[in-house]
Structures are given as structure tokens and as C-alpha cells.
Design a protein around this ligand. Structure first.
Ligand code: NAI
Length: 332
């Protein structure tokens, strides 16, 4: 069995080597994207995998895959919107995904973000740069065990975050349109988002972005938040109206915001950019605030998560090659 991996990132190499050795399967690494030209490199292989945001929609790609006897492209991602699923199906190609890779990766960053803001780390660092190391009364912080943490979206990641916060001694409350039976003993549900916001010192978002959740944190909802509460968003940028959040930060209504995701994140995520690119944008505004933590979609970026992304995608290929059964198919 021979597999060709496209668009391999340096941080994935170790995981490919590990899976290849453990499974006794040859995996060749290709650093370029899948394109109508580069797909020719897949001739003679039993399976291919990629992880790319650049579209894989050109019919020629799937036509050539069929010609080479390939029947699956295993994406090393959860979302597969970059593929033309219908055209792939037309040529008998299954597009598979990695449905979950590590809820802890994201939950741990949410906790890190909340604690960083709670302990005023941004303000402490800013003062230090000015030579001020004093125990200024504005820098005294609460302890998490004296706080209520509100988790909106109590699925895999939200419940993991709730468990971690609870472990640190916080009282945890939650809101979800469907209650998670596993939440018993970890969090208490509130019936509305507003009820949760009125009680929470830390609000952490763990929902998917849908028409129903778009800008769910906005001016009106912020009015319901406790004064000096902390907002953490590791879900999707579109869950918050960022202009409303900036206003609340500037007025002091909320104490701080930690944002792993932003609606305009394609401007900078996983890129080295010229600072001019963000001049005059909300990213520049946020970067200039000591009470903001901005991480460019790094929540998933742990060794365990990357290992799981690579191994699940390769497992998807191996199972199909050996048994003909397709698992995690997104275009059945
Ligand atoms: P999940 O599907 O296990 O949980 C999502 C929860 O949100 C569910 O319990 C669902 O009932 C709830 N929900 C959906 N719509 C709702 C609504 N309108 N009102 C109230 N609750 C609602 O998903 P999981 O794995 O926990 O992921 C959560 C989100 O985290 C993902 O959708 C994704 O946007 C984000 N994410 C962020 C990553 C990052 O690197 N920053 C990486 C992976 C996921």
C-alpha cells in the first residue's frame, strides 16, 4: 500500500512518520497543493490525503483520480467546503474528513485566555515596559474559584472547557439549545443566553457559526453581561459583532476579550504579513489594547490534535483500501 500526502506542513511530518511506521504503510510527502497538474503525481498510489483551503473543485482533478483508480481523497480537516463534493461523487470519489481531533486543544486555550485576562497579564506587561512593577490597585485580580464561568454551546469542546474550569474551582453555568446529558454535576443550565450573561464573570463561546448564531454577542446582549466580565471566543469569529465588543472594551463595560477567531481572520491567519495590511482595521485596534488577547486561530494547534488529524485521515484511507468500506464520508 502506498499513500501520497499533499500540502504537508512542517508540523505534520512527525505524525506522518509515526503513522507510517506503526502501520507499515509507505506514505510519501508532497508539499504542494492538489491541482489539475499536481494530481498526476498520484498515479500509482493507492490513496491520497490533503489539507488545504485552496479549492479542489476543478473537474479535471476528479477525472484523473478516477483514471488512476483512486476512490477517496482524505481531508485532514473537519470542514470539507473546499471540495466540490458533487463532482467528486460523479467520478466515484469519496471525500472524507476528521470529525473531531482534540476538544482539549481548544478548551485548554479557552481556559488559558480566561486566566490571562483574569490575572491582568496584558496590563502587567504593558506597565513593565514602562518600568512600572508596582502592585497597582487596578491590577489586583479575582481568583477563578470566586467566579462564575458561562459556557455557551455545551457540546464536545464546551463541556471539556466546563470540566477544566470546574476543576479550577469555578462555578460553571451553561446554555445550549440541546442539553448535554454528560453535563450533570459539571454545570447548571440556564434557560436563555441572557440569563447566563447576567450571571457570568467569564463567558466562553463554543458554538458553530450558523444563521442562528451569527453575531449572537452584540450590543443588546452585551448590555446583559455583568460589568467587567470577560469574553472568550474560540468558536468562530462571526459569533460576535466585533465593533460592539470593541465599544464595550473601550467603555470599560467588559474587562477584556480573548479572541482566537475573528470574522476577518483570513487577513492574517497562518501568514507572515506586512503590518500595513492591517492598518486601519479592527485587528490593529485590538492589537493595541492591553485587555485583549488575540491568537490567530491557534486553538487547535497542539501535538495531539495534529497527530489525530493526520492519523484519522490516513486510517480513513487504509480502511477503504483494505476493506472497501468508507468511514467519515462527507459525500455519500
Ligand atoms: P459540538 O457540535 O460538539 O457542540 C456544539 C454545541 O453548540 C452543540 O451542543 C449544539 O447543540 C450547540 N448549539 C448549536 N447551535 C446553537 C444555538 N443556536 N444555540 C445554542 N446552542 C447551540 O461542536 P464542538 O466540537 O464542541 O465545536 C464547537 C465549535 O468550536 C465548532 O463549531 C467550531 O466553530 C469551533 N472550533 C474552533 C476551533 C479553533 O481552532 N478555534 C477548532 C475546532 C472547532
Amino acid at each position: 500500500m502506498k499513500i501520497l500526502a499533499y500540502h504537508v506542513q512542517g508540523y505534520e511530518e512527525k505524525a506522518f512518520k509515526k503513522w507510517s511506521e506503526e502501520n507499515g504503510v509507505q506514505v510519501d510527502l508532497e508539499y504542494g497543493l492538489i491541482t489539475p497538474e499536481s494530481i498526476e503525481k498520484a498515479k500509482g498510489y493507492d490513496g491520497i490525503t490533503t489539507q488545504q483551503v485552496i479549492p479542489v473543485k476543478d473537474e479535471e482533478i476528479f477525472k484523473k483520480m478516477k483514471e488512476y483508480g483512486l476512490t477517496q481523497v482524505a481531508s485532514r480537516t473537519a470542514g470539507v467546503d473546499m471540495f466540490d463534493l458533487k463532482t467528486a461523487r460523479k467520478y466515484g470519489i469519496s471525500v472524507t474528513n476528521v470529525p473531531r481531533y482534540s476538544p482539549n486543544a481548544i478548551a485548554e486555550l479557552a481556559v488559558t485566555h480566561a486566566m490571562t485576562l483574569l490575572r491582568n497579564i496584558g496590563h502587567i506587561r504593558a506597565a513593565q515596559f514602562k518600568g512600572d512593577f508596582t502592585w497597582n490597585k487596578d491590577l489586583i485580580s479575582k481568583e477563578i474559584r470566586s467566579c462564575t464561568v458561562g459556557i455557551i454551546g455545551t457540546g464536545r469542546i464546551g463541556l471539556t472547557a466546563a470540566t477544566l474550569f470546574k476543576g479550577l474551582g469555578a462555578k460553571v453555568i451553561g446554555f445550549d439549545e440541546f442539553k448535554n446529558p454528560g453535563a450533570d454535576g459539571i454545570l447548571e443550565y440556564r434557560d436563555t443566553v441572557e440569563a447566563l450573561l447576567e450571571e457570568a464573570d467569564v463567558v466562553s463561546l463554543h458554538l458553530p457559526l450558523t444563521d442562528g448564531t451569527y453575531h449572537m454577542i452584540n450590543k443588546d446582549r452585551i448590555k446583559h453581561m455583568k460589568d467587567h466580565a470577560i469574553l472568550v471566543n474560540t468558536g468562530r469569529g462571526g459569533l460576535v459583532n466585533i465593533d460592539d465588543v470593541v465599544e464595550a472594551l473601550e467603555s470599560g463595560k467588559i474587562k477584556g476579550a480573548a479572541l482566537d477567531v475573528l470574522e476577518c481572520e483570513t487577513l492574517y491567519v497562518n501568514q507572515k504579513i506586512d503590518p500595513k495590511k492591517i492598518e486601519g482595521t479592527v485587528v490593529e485596534t485590538l492589537m493595541g489594547m492591553d485587555n485583549v488577547v488575540l491568537t490567530g486561530h491557534f486553538a487547535f494547534f497542539t501535538e495531539t490534535a495534529v497527530d489525530n488529524m493526520v492519523s484519522t485521515a490516513l486510517d480513513n484511507l487504509k480502511v477503504e483500501i483494505e476493506t472497501g468500506k468508507v468511514q467519515n464520508c462527507m459525500n455519500a
